[in-house]
Design a protein. Structure first.
Length: 329
């Protein structure tokens, strides 16, 4: 399992080398330690260039090393003694592992240096660039900053909708209705949110409660068992937050759609809508429309702006306003 280390206020997440091996189908060539106990903590990788010539001033020993045709050809231009010195100096930094791409046979000097400094060596059949891309993509998700929040995450017409609200407001019941209408459940009750890039949030469910939903009066159900595999999904990006709250007749709810409310999760802005709940409102249909409308807005179309423009109103009134809403996410 992935883990974390708490250094004061900063949390560093880790992933065991064994999971990286399984995900990338790596074949062990030399493995001096248990890969389950060797933890990867860097979201970047090293493809040595200047380092093979001995320049290690900015070398990060927490990164996995990847070597391909270019590195192998460059080392082949060295004499065996020079090659051994170069690789000894490189592996003395004790990187977590070395992966040799394209099924290239690891050089004897590489294996000798790995044995001296206790560095694991693996082989992969993938081209070097593809291997790097796959490794970076995987560790970015596994080591991403994350929080767990109460709510329900569903996919509606390809949009990731995070439903929040007080306990008992109807989030799980709404999720069931959306599933029956052909949409998919990602998480109920607890949603683990990861910041996988500067612009993207991805939500998933803790593995031990995945696909389960609690319905008051019925109990716990397994959505995958009842509705089938097409009704569930493991992960989904978060495109919008919808806050469900009991209808308050004294409150003015947005009726035009010119207010672009947003909230921040892990430092990323996410659009948020507040939808009042009262008997007779079909929340599933409303959320479907909200998902499609959010997609239209991302593509540059706003129905409220078009309506007001057709009515000949002042262009200043057509400008959407932005407001940050601070919810207990």
């Amino acid at each position: 399992m992935s883990g974390y280390e708490n250094h004061g206020a900063q949390t560093t997440y880790t992933v065991p080398l064994s999971k990286v091996m399984k995900e990338l189908s790596l074949r062990p060539v030399y493995m001096p330690v248990d890969p389950e106990k060797l933890l990867i903590s860097s979201r970047e990788v090293n493809r040595p260039g200047l380092e093979l010539n001995g320049f290690l001033d900015y070398f990060d020993s927490h990164r996995i090393l990847i070597m391909g045709n270019t590195e192998t050809a460059f080392l082949s231009s060295f004499s065996p003694e020079e090659r051994q010195v170069s690789l000894n100096k490189l592996l003395s930094k004790k990187s977590p592992a070395v992966i040799v791409a394209r099924d290239i046979e690891p050089m004897p000097e590489l294996l000798e240096a790995a044995q001296i400094y206790g560095v694991s060596v693996f082989s992969s059949s993938e081209p070097t660039s593809d291997l790097m891309a796959a490794l970076v993509s995987y560790v970015n998700v596994e080591l991403a900053p994350r929080i767990t929040r109460h709510g329900v995450l569903v996919e509606v017409y390809g949009e990731g909708i995070f439903l929040v609200g007080d306990s008992g407001v109807g989030k799980s019941e709404t999720a069931i209705e959306l599933i029956k209408r052909g949409h998919r459940l990602i998480a109920d009750d607890a949603v683990e949110i990861r910041r996988v890039s500067a612009k993207s949030l991805v939500g998933t469910s803790p593995e031990n409660i995945r696909h389960f939903i609690e319905l008051r009066g019925i109990g716990i159900i397994n959505a995958r068992r009842i509705f089938g595999m097409g009704a569930v999904k493991v992960t989904e990006k978060i495109d919008m937050v919808i806050s469900l709250e009991q209808w308050d007749s004294s409150k003015n709810y947005d009726r035009m759609g010119l207010e672009n409310d947003y909230t921040e999760i892990l430092g990323i802005r996410v659009p948020i809508l507040t939808i009042p709940v009262k008997p007779g409102r079909n929340l599933a249909v409303i959320i479907e429309v909200a998902a499609m409308n959010n997609r239209q807005k991302k593509m540059g179309y706003n129905a409220a702006q078009e309506l007001l423009s057709s009515l000949g109103l002042d262009s200043k009134m057509l400008e959407p306003t932005e407001k940050k809403l601070d919810f207990d996410l």
